[in-house]
Design a protein. Sequence first.
Length: 294
Amino acid sequence: MIRLGQLWGIAALAALTVAAPSRSVPRDVSTDVLGQLTLFSQWAAASYCTNDDDSAGDALSCEAGNCPLVEAADTMTLYAFDKPSSYGDVAGFLAVDKTNKRLVVSFRGTRTIETWIANLNFLFADASSICSGCEVHHGFLESWETVADDLTSNITAAQTTYPGYTLVVTGHSFGGALATLGGTILRNAGFELDVYTYGQPRVGNAALAEYITNQGSLWRVTHDDDLVPKVPPSTFGFSHASPEYWITVGDNTTVTLSDVDVIEGVGSKAGNAGTLDPSIEEHFWYLGHIDACK
C-alpha cells in the first residue's frame, strides 16, 4: 500500500492534519442509506469514464464496469462539461434517470491526485454572498464559477422538461468539493437537492461548514484513513460539515451496515480526522473502485 511517508512532497502537509485518535458513539446507518451511498458512489464513478465525455443524448456507461446500478437505469446525459481553470479542469455531467425520476449532476475528481494535493493552496476567499462570516477555499470557488452559469441554466431547463424529478449533486475528491460548494450555492438560489460526496477535501471555514450542515441533505462519505478529507488542514482554519459517514473497512471489501460509523459534529476530530496513518490508497476505494475509469 502506498503510504504518505513514501510521498515526500506531501509528508509535511499531512503532519499538519493528524489528530489524536478519537471515536464517537456512532449513529447507526440504515439499509436504505447504505444503498443510497452505494448508488451515488457509482454516479460519481461515472464522471471519470471516457464513455460519458461529450456524451449529450447518450446513456451513461462505465467501461471499467464499476457503475452497474447506473447502467441498469434508463439514463441519458443532458449536458457534459470540461472547462479549464487555474486550479484544474472542471468536468462532469448533468444526466436524467427516467427509471427513478431523478436528475443527477456528477463532478469528476482530479485525474492526478498526488500532484493535486502537492499543489493544494490554503487561501480563503470571501464567501459572505453565501452566508455571513463564511470563507471558502479560493481554488474551489474559482473552479465552481467556471461552470456555474451554464450548469445552472441547464439544470433549470432539465427541471422544466422533467418536472417533479429529484435533483442530486455528487462527486469524488475534488469533484466532491465542487458538489458541496455548488450544491450549497444552488440551494441558496432556490433549488431543492441532495448532496453525496466521497473523499472530499475541506471546502471552507467553520462558519461555512456550519451553514452547510444546517442546510441538511448532505451525505459526506470518508474511507478509513484517506488522506484527502484531511486537507486543507484544520490548523489553517478549514472545517468539515456534518455528518460524516465513515467507512471503517479496507479496500476491496463489501461494506456492511456495521462498517459505517455516522460521526456528528462540525469539524469533528473523530472518524477520518482521528486516524494517524494517512493513505492515498484508501482514497480510490469508496464502496467500489470509484476512479477505475481514469
